[in-house]
Design a binder for this molecule. Structure first.
Ligand SMILES: Nc1nc2c(c(=O)[nH]1)N[C@H]1C(S)=C(S)[C@@H](COP(=O)(O)O)O[C@H]1N2
Ligand SMILES: [Mo]
Length: 326
């Protein structure tokens, strides 16, 4: 995310040739595979549930219902791009690495441990966790701190539902999320510069916000490994790195926890990391974004405060200086 960036242009801004070629090949196939039709059906209103293209091997389908929290009127990024342009440093730092290497991730058996300031420590088996609440399809904007964005139809339920089931104690002011770090099934590359496991955190009110999604799938199916299977977080008004993948532990704590990026490079990445076009990254502007899947010559799109979710989340930060608390 940062170390590989040279000069002013983040390396992430340059679509690897391979990705671009894949996309072109995909578009050609899509034209005959009915993908466009499924997207059009959504744009026309009706049932919100999206379907991935048919020319990709099917994964387990999820039972999802539509959600009023979904975006309308913005076309979702293709399944191909969502699953081949990834950041998942456990499997390598190139955007194509997760798709190439995350096949070794073992998602069963899988458990999420809950500890810290809770009435009682608990372990949730992933299959039970997936049934805890009715999953919804939530089409959200997704903005990476590197300056690119997607629109993704996630599947899951509000993290608040899970937190209620965890019975946190009144002193729990923050929640920490810890990803799997298993050298037998993950590369955990040294050149990522990360001290594993990957960890992230939210203030309790952020974690309890209805938009914050405990996520198990996309395009109506279980998450592909490269997108953080079997369970990840999605916090749509924050930069993508807040959304920890392949979570194995949730810890309720009193004080603001250390998080991977804010420890590695505190001047660049803060704890809050709300999408904010008015606070540039020290090495690049955050005013605009490159929409993944748009033609290569397309203009960058203006980035919106809180990634466009300000009406819903700005009140969480009333009175805070968001340039200081980046
Ligand atoms: N465990 C873990 N979680 C992670 C990352 C990672 O490297 N490891 N990368 C983050 C970053 S920088 C982004 S932009 C998103 C990418 O999610 P996606 O590949 O599904 O789009 O995952 C976030 N969660
Ligand atoms: Mo990111």
């Amino acid at each position: 995310m940062l170390i590989r960036t040279k000069a002013e242009i983040p390396s992430s801004e340059i679509t690897p040739r391979e990705t671009y070629m894949n996309r072109r090949a995909f578009m050609a196939r899509a034209a005959t595979a009915g993908v466009v039709a499924s997207v059009a059906a959504v744009a026309g209103g009706g049932i919100s549930r999206l379907m991935r293209p048919r020319d990709v091997e099917a994964a387990e389908k999820l039972n999802v219902v539509g959600s009023p929290l979904s975006l309308t009127g913005e076309a979702p990024t293709s399944f191909e791009d969502i699953t081949h342009y990834n950041n998942f440093y456990e499997f390598g730092v190139d955007k194509g690495d997760p798709a190439r290497y995350a096949g070794t991730l073992k998602t069963r058996p899988w458990a999420v441990q809950v500890e810290g300031l809770v009435k009682q420590k608990k372990t949730f088996d992933i299959d039970a966790l997936m049934k805890l609440k009715q999953m919804e399809e939530r089409v959200y904007r997704f903005r990476c701190v590197e300056g690119w964005s997607m629109v993704i139809p996630w599947a899951g339920y509000s993290l608040s539902e899970f937190i209620k089931a965890c019975d946190p104690l009144p002193g729990a002011n923050y929640v920490q999320f810890i990803s799997l770090a298993d050298s037998k099934t993950e590369k955990l590359p040294f050149d990522a510069g990360i001290s594993w496991p990957y960890s992230e955190g939210l203030r309790m009110d952020e974690a309890m916000h209805p938009l914050t999604l405990l996520t198990f799938g996309l395009y109506g199916e279980v998450l592909p490994n490269q997108d953080g299977a079997p369970v990840r977080l999605i916090v749509p008004w924050k930069y993508g790195f807040k959304s920890a993948k392949s979570i194995v532990k949730v810890k309720f704590v009193k004080s603001q926890p250390e998080t991977t990026w804010s420890v590695m490079s505190p001047g660049e990445y803060g704890f809050y990391s709300n999408v904010n076009p008015n606070r540039d990254h020290p090495r690049w502007s955050q005013k605009t974004e490159r929409v993944i899947g748009a033609p290569i010559y397309a203009q960058r799109k203006p980035t919106l405060m809180f990634n466009g979710y300000g009406d819903q989340v700005a009140s969480l930060y009333a009175g805070m200086d968001l340039k200081k608390n980046y």
